[in-house]
Design a binder for this molecule. Structure first.
Ligand SMILES: Cc1cc2nc3c(=O)[nH]c(=O)nc-3n(C[C@H](O)[C@H](O)[C@H](O)COP(=O)(O)OP(=O)(O)OC[C@H]3O[C@@H](n4cnc5c(N)ncnc54)[C@H](O)[C@@H]3O)c2cc1C
Length: 577
């Protein structure tokens, strides 16, 4: 698989003077200039082909592999991943519309390296897409657009821009339409770039905007159907939200790489820092955050292929949960790095302050944590345990999370605005029953069964609490939002258990022996649900010992690199700046 060569190329490019040299990227960050060299290297490597579905001539056929690719870039530099990966987001509406849009035209452009922007947000609208005031009216055989999109990533650099426009003055769910605009084909002075905005993180990225002034566009700029824009966007977001969590995984990899280097180098009181118990358990907690984030992200990516009808729920869980989880992980790692997590110019550790700033945008864009949690909260009564028939065996995550399972081709036509069920969390009772029936009688297996039993109890209690929630049609109450958050934790626990069940490989090796990584995930989940498992400290301590003592073992349960490949986290590549 050609994708496996990206980590080694990134390692080469990260050498002094290379396009991913941390000193070069940090200089771009300080000067707020676009990391053009790094993006050009990714173009030359062929990353744009992964933004185009195979049926349109690209290489995008597996979301899990695509997540791994973008994660690898993000682990090197999050700004570059945000700047380059945006083209994936900008294309999805057009691929979804299939033949009813300019898909082939877009495919040719993306394959040639053209960035594509995605303009949903407007200055006065924010998360409220129905408030959008950029209008498109019929003009001859084509359309005329007026209004602004802001803030938008790549709005100035991208010649191509996919926008949601109001086509019915009354608005409403059928009042919006998607257009793919080629700025080069518009009349002079009818498209005005809005200035690049200074930002807290991703400082080098082109975060700007665009103003249309009676801009005429041809009929073939229409994507999908007139009035079908909101549905198209809501379905596209189900895929883009899953892809966005790879940015968080990459940030976690990068931070863990720096932490490992620090634990290796730092000596205090005449001994290694990791000999302090609190340092070890905190490092172990940080690793558990990564494993749990991986379990959710990978499950969501596979679900896109196997149970796309359920993606409205699964993508909302992934986008609400993973970036927030990684925010907490970065806080833990920042605490451990101490001064080196705060100063920007010390021995390469300055990368931490940058990645921490960069990551803060991930929980905000493509639907904030709260927007996704509210979407989940709105459908919670429909997801109450036992309300729907259980999914078929083929829909069980244990089946489609197997390593050797080749995911079904991504069929975007199967996406739905309302999920009929959630096969991942729905599988929890069977997963726990499977653990109870195991013949294995080790202490570790007993502990897994006990943690999983506690999770099942929490899930059943959530079901009881959900019985009182009625669909209101309005914004969910704060209490229902809290229930949605509990749902996310239960989902994450189910994803970790399913992964463990589906992959025997994950029961051996440094993380799998004594079911260590799974204990870390379940402990974290139970803590998130307000419990304090008795063995928490020992569990994190065990993980922290591996973090500190086995720097060559990637902090990942998904690691797919070859035996001689470089670390995904780039930890050996960080040079002094
Ligand atoms: C660096 C960067 C790049 C961006 N790139 C793009 C881009 O390429 N394309 C694009 O279209 N947009 C982009 N955005 C915009 C981003 O998607 C918006 O920030 C987002 O739409 C939310 O708008 P807002 O920040 O104005 O918050 P608002 O919508 O004003 O929300 C304010 C607060 O209310 C919360 N909130 C909103 N709705 C709900 C709800 N239903 N329930 C509970 N709480 C809620 C929010 O979480 C937030 O805390 C970008 C933003 C940034 C910072």
């Amino acid at each position: 698989m050609r994708t496996v060569d990206l980590p080694s190329r990134l390692a080469e490019w990260s050498r002094p003077g290379g396009p991913f040299d941390p000193a070069v990227l940090s200089a771009h960050d300080e000067a707020e200039t676009f990391p053009a060299e790094a993006c050009a290297a990714l173009d030359a490597w062929g990353l744009p082909a992964y933004y185009v579905p195979a049926r349109h001539g690209g290489r995008q056929d597996r979301l899990d592999e695509f997540l791994a690719l973008l994660r690898t870039v993000a682990a090197q530099d999050l700004t570059v991943a945000v700047a380059h990966g945006k083209t994936f987001l900008g294309g999805v509406c057009t691929w979804l519309a299939g033949d009813a849009g300019p898909a082939d035209l877009l495919a040719r452009q993306v394959l040639a390296g053209e960035p594509v922007a995605w303009g949903l947000t407007e200055p006065d609208g924010g998360s409220d897409l129905l408030a959008g005031s950029l209008t498109a009216t019929r003009h001859g055989s084509g359309w005329q657009l007026s209004g602004r999109k802001w803030p938008v990533n790549n709005a100035t650099r991208g010649h191509l821009l996919c926008v949601l426009a109001r086509t019915d003055p009354a608005g409403g769910p059928r009042g919006f339409t998607v257009f793919l605009i080629d700025k080069r084909a518009t009349a002079v002075d009818t498209v005005r770039p809005l200035p690049k905005m200074p930002t807290h993180g991703v400082r080098g990225a082109d975060i700007s905007g665009v103003e249309f002034r009676q801009t005429r566009v041809p009929a073939h700029a229409l994507v999908g159907t007139v009035g079908g824009g909101l549905e198209l966007v809501l379905k596209a977001l189900q895929l883009t939200r899953i892809v966005c969590v790879s940015l968080s995984l990459g940030a976690g990899d990068h931070a863990l790489g720096l932490l490992r280097r620090f634990l290796h180098e730092r000596r205090l009181y005449g001994r290694q820092l990791a000999s302090l118990p609190h340092v070890r358990t905190t490092a172990g907690r940080a690793a558990a955050h990564q494993f749990l984030a991986e379990a959710v992200a990978h499950t969501a990516a596979r679900a896109a292929h196997q149970v796309p009808e359920e993606l409205s729920v699964i993508s909302a869980v992934a986008k609400a949960f993973v970036p927030s989880l990684i925010q907490s992980q970065l806080r833990l790692i920042g605490d451990l790095l101490g001064t080196r997590g705060f100063l920007t110019g010390v021995e390469g550790y300055g990368a931490f302050a940058k990645l921490e700033r960069d990551h803060q945008v991930v929980p905000i864009f493509d639907g904030s944590t709260w927007v996704n949690r509210a979407a989940l909260a709105g459908v919670l009564p429909l997801l109450r345990p036992g309300r729907r028939a259980a999914a078929s065996e083929a829909a069980s995550p244990v089946h489609w999370l197997r390593e050797e399972h080749h995911p079904a081709p991504l069929d975007m036509r199967r996406l739905r605005l309302m999920a009929p069920r959630d096969s991942v969390l729905g599988a929890l009772p069977a997963l726990v029953a499977g653990l109870d029936a195991r013949e294995e009688s080790s202490k570790a297996a007993a502990e897994t069964a006990s943690l999983a039993g506690a999770l099942l109890e929490a899930y059943e209690r959530l079901g009881t609490d959900l019985a009182d929630v009625r669909p209101t049609g309005g914004p969910p109450s704060t209490a229902t939002m809290r229930l949605a958050e509990r749902y996310e934790w239960c989902f994450a626990g189910a994803a970790a258990l399913a992964l463990h069940h589906a992959r025997p490989r994950l029961r051996t090796g440094p993380w799998g022996t004594d079911e260590a990584w799974l204990h870390g995930c379940l402990t974290l989940v139970l803590e998130g649900l307000g419990r304090r498992p008795a063995q928490a400290t020992r569990t994190y301590d065990r993980l922290g010992t591996v973090v500190a003592s086995a720097p060559d073992v990637p902090v990942s349960v998904l690691d797919d690199r070859g035996p001689d490949g470089p670390a995904r986290d780039g930890s050996v590549e960080v040079s002094a700046t």
